[in-house]
Structure formats: C-alpha cells, structure tokens
Design a protein around this ligand. Structure first.
Ligand code: SF4
Length: 396
C-alpha cells in the first residue's frame, strides 16, 4: 500500500519527526512533485538517522537539501512528451517503443525523469487508451521491442497487465517485451498477495512458446532495497521463468560511493537479477541535489570494474537530454570539465543532431556557476561547445 501526503502527514507530522516532515512538505510544495511511499520502503528507512538515510533521500526530499535547478533542466528532460506517436506510445529508436501504461507508481521518486506523466492525481492507464498504442504498434512492423513502463506495471491490476502483454504477444514481429518496475523492491509482498505472480508466470510461458523474450526491468538504487522480501520476490519470478535485469540511477548520497555501488551490484547478482544499466541522473527539475557529474560517474565506473566478472557489471549510461537516447557514459564528443558541459552524438536517433548534458552547478567553480546563470555567457559557451564538435547546428 502506498501512503500519500495525508497518510504520511498523519504518520510523521507530529512527534519526533515533525520538523523533518515540515521540510518534506516544503520541498514538495517547492518542486510540485507528488509524495508517495510504501509501508515497505518506510520500513527500510533508518529512523534513528533519517536525514542521512539513502532510502529517505530518494523518496522524501527535504527543502533544506534542494539546490537551484541547472539552467538546462527541463520538465521533460528526455523529450518523451513530444516523442509520442499516439498518446502513451513514445518512439525514439528505429526498432523500439515505450508504452506508458499507467501514471501510478508504488513510490514517487524525488529524481523521476517522468514527473510530467506520473502521479496519483493524473489519469491512470485504461484499456481504451492502450488500444491506441496497440493500434500504432500493429500498423508499424518495424518495431520489434516494446518496453511497458509508466508509472509502474506493479500498479496495474494483474488482469489488465495480463491483457496488455497478451495483446503485445499477439502482434506479429514483436521479439522482446520488457516490463519496467520499481515495485519489486518497493512493495515485494504485492507479488504474492494477489494474482500477479501467476499472471507473470503465465505470460512468461506464453512468451516462450511464441519465441518472444519477456523480461522484468527492476529499478533499484541501494543494497538495502534488496532485503529478504525483495530477494524472495525476485527468486519467485526467476522460478516462474522471468528474466530479471536491473536499472539503477546514480544518486548523490545514495549510491555514489564505490562501496555502496559495489554492494548493490553484488546484491543484485545474488538475487538473480542481471545488472544492466547505471544511469547518470537526468536533468529533471527538483532533483539537482541528487545529481552527480559525468566525471564522478566515470570515476565510479573505473573503481567498480575488476571487482567482479565483466558480465555481472552494469553499463554506465547517460540518457541525453532532448531524446538522444542512452549513450555510453564515456562516448561524449566533447566534455568541457571547466563548465561541466558534455556534447553527445546519437547517430541512430538523428545523425545531424547534437545533444547536451550538464554537470550540477555545485561541482563548478563560483565564477563558472555565475557564468551559467547569465544568459549571454552560457549561450556563448554552449555554441562554442557545439561548434567544436563540427556538426550541423541544431542541438537538443
Ligand atoms: S517508480 Fe519510476 S516512474 Fe515512478 S516515480 Fe519512481 S522513477 Fe518515476
């Protein structure tokens, strides 16, 4: 069960945590992001030291820890809203599509890149809406791979999830289906409480019969998220025939230390989940305090490599702003470390276009921070970075 603002206020708004709660409400009012935490995630928080708790930092941000947004932050950093071919179906790569199945999540993360689309007050997914996406997929035989995300598939009724995935399985040409969820770690008991596990087991079996690869992509960010309950849920899913892969967002004060990240990778592998991606956090508003620089991410990757087998290590990526897609972290065309400004190409998405990514201002010298805040000086620096890559002039 997800506790939203009113329930959280009843739980935290009086007594020893009332000052912290006042900070949480002030942060939510400032960022406009929804609040929602499961009982399970509340149980993973360190209640004797909530301020420094890595689980609290992800879900209940404090007003005092917020930082001003970088001038390049965007409400929809990945340009998904305008990349929809029909409502709820995003097309970026030639052979893949993203189906936004619901606006609901078991928890609402302080760094979510899709805050433009998720929240308890937004319209939930409906079969009628999904029909539009299914129709577009049926009409376009070039799409081989569909990621069903949201929001979070864990919040779909099992019958609806079964219906949707079955319809995808019936589309000729679909070779891969991925179901994206944070629910496995945010509310692992949900798997066994109702028919979800049976539904997923049935879908896995039908997918195998049709030669379609069905996988669950699990969003997890801290080793504490893989406790006994989440491990049990992961084991049940593996037993049911699902492939599990991890997706982690690199977050300052949560997993940006080599030991924390290594512990997460090891716990992930032990739980039967293949480490897949570590994302540099997107440039979403209200999340600046959690972002890390590309240089810091590259250093973390360096520290991690060699600690375990290469096939058990995630790939570090930057999902570049404006819809360039995931680029391997080190694949920048140019990285101006003084201004923390990187330029990427994404030839498959658009060979003519350049995509930008910027480090958090806090990591830059004070005069450079001031430079970013002045329109003319930041424009000059951006233009200079783009020119230096010798590419036609448009930029995301
Ligand atoms: S669970 Fe995923 S979609 Fe939902 S708020 Fe967190 S990051 Fe965003």
């Amino acid at each position: 069960m997800t506790l939203h603002t009113a329930q959280l206020r009843a739980r935290l708004g009086s007594g020893e945590h009332r000052e912290l709660w006042a900070e949480v409400e002030a942060a939510a009012a400032h960022t406009g992001r929804p609040l929602g935490v499961t009982e399970h995630m509340l149980g993973l928080m360190d209640w004797s030291s909530l301020e420094g708790c890595p689980i609290r930092r992800q879900l209940l941000p404090l007003h005092s820890e917020l930082e001003p947004d970088h001038p390049l932050c965007r409400h929809d950093p990945l340009g998904e809203a305008c990349g929809q071919v029909v409502p709820g179906l995003v097309r970026r790569y030639p052979d893949r599509a993203l189906l936004l199945s619901t606006s609901r999540c078991p928890v609402y993360c302080a760094f979510c890149t899709r805050s433009w689309a998720v929240g308890p007050r937004r319209e939930a997914g409906t079969r009628q809406r999904w029909e539009l996406a299914l129709g577009a997929l049926a009409a376009d035989r070039s799409i081989l791979d569909v990621t069903v995300s949201g929001g979070d598939v864990w919040r779909l009724a099992a019958g609806d999830l079964g219906w949707l995935v079955q319809r995808l399985l019936e589309l000729p040409g679909i070779e891969r289906i991925r179901l994206a969820t944070r629910g496995l770690v945010a509310d692992p008991a949900h798997l066994e409480r109702g028919p979800l596990l049976d539904t997923l087991a049935t879908l896995a079996s039908r997918a195998r019969e049709r030669g379609v690869r069905l996988a669950l992509h699990v969003h997890l960010n801290h080793p504490r998220e893989l406790g006994r309950e989440a491990q049990g849920a992961a084991a049940s899913l593996v037993h049911a025939g699902l492939t599990l892969r991890s997706q982690t967002v690199l977050l300052r004060g949560v997993n940006d230390e080599p030991q924390a990240l290594l512990a997460l990778v090891k716990a992930t592998v032990k739980a039967g989940i293949s480490p897949y991606y570590v994302y540099n956090a997107d440039m979403a508003p209200g999340a600046e305090h959690l972002r890390t620089s590309l240089a810091a991410a590259a250093e973390l990757e360096k520290q991690l490599r060699g600690h375990t087998a290469g096939f058990d290590l995630p790939t570090f990526v930057c999902d570049v702003q404006g819809g360039g897609g995931k680029r391997q972290l080190h694949s920048w065309e140019r990285y101006d470390r003084e201004w923390g400004l990187a330029v990427f190409r994404s030839p498959v998405v658009d060979p003519e276009r350049l995509f930008l990514h910027a480090d958090p201002l806090r990591d830059l010298a004070p005069d450079v921070q001031r430079g970013w805040l002045e329109y003319d000086s930041r424009l000059a620096r951006i233009e200079s970075a783009l020119r230096s890559v010798h590419c036609p002039p448009s930029a995301g």
